[in-house]
Design a protein around this ligand. Structure first.
Ligand SMILES: Cc1ncc(COP(=O)(O)O)c(C=O)c1O
Length: 379
């Protein structure tokens, strides 16, 4: 095989150019316009649950604006899943607030509800005040245990902001990820389920919150003929050109999701009975991951190899893989942040690998990848 197989490359429907062309022809080359409105409407219909959607320049911006609207301020604490990409936690620090990290459970690799409750109690004991928000992540598209997390959030009356950046189309008990919390963040970065080249969206409860989100996303300009500002705003709106790409991508979103799930099912067959390699799968019928990236755990004892050796060997035969996210509580930049840890995410980080799953990955590619991983194992 001489082509290179990537983790998850952007994949166009072919219709993107039509929407972009229309934007140029009508001179809507600005961060608002018909493509933005239509993309939001299509996302809203896809997400369901009577939610509203605001298209933004990035998933990170969506998290930032969600936190602002939850009233997070300097000195506040926000409970954040530790096992994630840094973009879940960074916006907390933009506000001068403090991410408090909570480890994962084994079933979904997401926020451990037991540790979450321990963390809330301990923060109240230590600081005399409640954390301002809870930020669970649906990592690699696997839904977090939302029943348990929502029950704790309700009990302590702390709002949830879901990071569903990797989980567009994933469902928990038949409901789309990103719709459980007060806010949900999506990402349309180049490597996600769909792309707008770069972009994101905030899922919000109603029309009024949508208006408020748009206000913060457009420099918080008040309703005056002149430019009047009473709050600090941001330049976070999605461009009408990017939204044109998004509209084209919406025509293949269901196909992309089906393809990621198909690739996962092929890996499932490929790794069946393969001692020492465990493919991450839905723990039970409540969970319906989009399998944005497929992930495996490599047991060094049983395979005679490890994730880094496998990564280097696969790279040499044209297969891109990546270690699992390094937990935030192990990141130097968050070394002094409070954390509630059970060893799960650290263990996963030390034995896990993301393997290709995107729209370009063919059935033959999966056979080749499984075969090459087999060749890496010496036991
Ligand atoms: C878990 C997670 N959160 C947040 C983000 C941020 O999204 P964006 O890159 O669109 O800012 C990403 C992706 O990049 C992500 O994987």
């Amino acid at each position: 095989m001489n082509k290179r197989i990537y983790l998850c490359l952007a994949h166009m429907s072919g219709k993107e150019q039509d929407f972009i062309k229309e934007a140029f022809e009508t001179n809507w080359v600005v961060p608002l316009g018909p493509n933005v409105n239509a993309f939001e409407e299509e996302l809203k219909n896809f997400i369901g649950e009577n939610k509203e959607v605001v298209a933004l320049s990035a998933g990170t911006a969506a998290i930032h604006l969600g936190l602002i609207q939850l009233g997070v301020q300097a000195g506040d604490e926000v409970i954040c899943q530790s096992f994630t990409f840094c973009a879940s936690a960074n916006p907390v620090t933009y506000l001068g607030a403090i991410p408090v990290f909570v480890d994962s459970e084994e079933d979904t690799w997401n926020m451990d509800p037991v540790l979450l409750e321990e963390a809330i109690k301990d923060r109240i004991r230590k600081t005399g005040k409640k954390p301002k928000a809870i930020l669970p992540v649906h990592l690699y598209g696997m839904p977090a245990k939302m029943d348990e997390i929502c029950a704790i959030a309700t009990h302590y009356d702390i709002p949830i902001l879901e990071d569903a950046a990797e989980a567009l189309g994933s469902e928990y008990k038949g409901r789309k990820c990103g719709t459980f919390g007060k806010f949900g963040a999506l990402s349309f970065n180049g490597n996600k389920m769909i792309t707008t080249s770069g972009g994101g969206a905030l899922i919000v409860a109603d029309e009024a919150t949508k208006k408020q989100t748009m206000f913060y996303a457009t420099q918080a300009r008040e309703a005056f003929p002149h430019y009047q500002h009473e709050k600090i705003g941001y330049n976070y709106r999605m461009s009408n050109i990017c939204a044109g790409i998004g509209r084209g991508q919406m025509t293949v979103l269901e196909d992309h999701i089906a393809h990621h799930r198909h690739v996962h099912s092929l890996y499932e067959k490929g790794f069946e009975g393969f001692k020492g390699i465990t493919l991450k799968s839905n723990p039970n019928d409540c969970f319906n991951a989009n399998y944005w990236l497929c992930t495996i755990l490599i047991d060094p004892e049983l395979t005679g190899t490890n994730y880094e050796e496998v990564r280097v060997k696969l790279d040499a035969v044209g297969i891109e893989t990546r270690p699992l996210w390094k937990p935030m509580h192990l990141q130097p930049v968050f070394a002094v942040n409070p954390c509630y840890v059970n060893g799960v995410s650290e263990k996963l980080f030390n034995i896990g690998l993301c393997i290709p799953a995107g729209p370009w990955v063919t059935d033959e590619d999966v056979s080749y990848i499984v075969e090459q991983i087999r060749l890496c194992c010496t036991r």
